[in-house]
Design a protein around this ligand. Sequence first.
Ligand SMILES: [Zn+2]
Length: 233
Amino acid sequence: MHPEIQKLLRLQEVDAEIHMIEDEVRRYPVLRKARRDEVERVRHKLDQAQARRKDLELHIRESERSVASLREDLVRFQTQQSRVKNQKEYEALEHEVTQALENISAEDEKGLEFLEKEELLDREIADLSENFDLRQQECDDETARLDGREQEKARLLKRLQDERARIADSVDAAVLPRYERLKAQFPGNCVVPIRDGNCGGCFIHILPRILQEIQSSGKLSQCDSCKRFLYAD
Ligand SMILES: [Zn+2]
């Protein structure tokens, strides 16, 4: 095998490894963001539930104030009623007393509904809180794991890039630019074996004369059609 082909094959191998690692490293920020988004989604739900809880508390306080005021009215009507002298005034106050009692009863019912809602909401908030803590923990763990892997890959990448520079330096100065151009066109597949007399890249038949040259003299050849570097398998 032509010595340049051996170097180019190693270069192609290292380039493929570099490409794979760069691809993987590019995914890390996306994976980290997906975890953070999940935490944010649960946090948002929790915030909304807590806002509804606050709103409900306002309604409960309002209802309590309303009941207190109705009870004061009731006591006032009842006191007035005990002091009136004529039947007409008594009946008018009797009507007020009945109305106040009905209003109190309606407010009490509303109060019970509020308490039920409060209980449900408290349970929802507790569940969301627990879920939030869990997601946050998962996010922290995953982020730490990805950070670790990223550092590991960065070290590996540095080693491979150094190795690539060494190999590229050793490749014939006239051949290297050809390799770089072909690499851009056929990533990971620009130095190919001849298979059954065909180019391993574009599968076109190789002329017997060229085949003979490669096999006997180990000449550095390129496919006539796709220009990939060829070697005898
Ligand atoms: Zn070809």
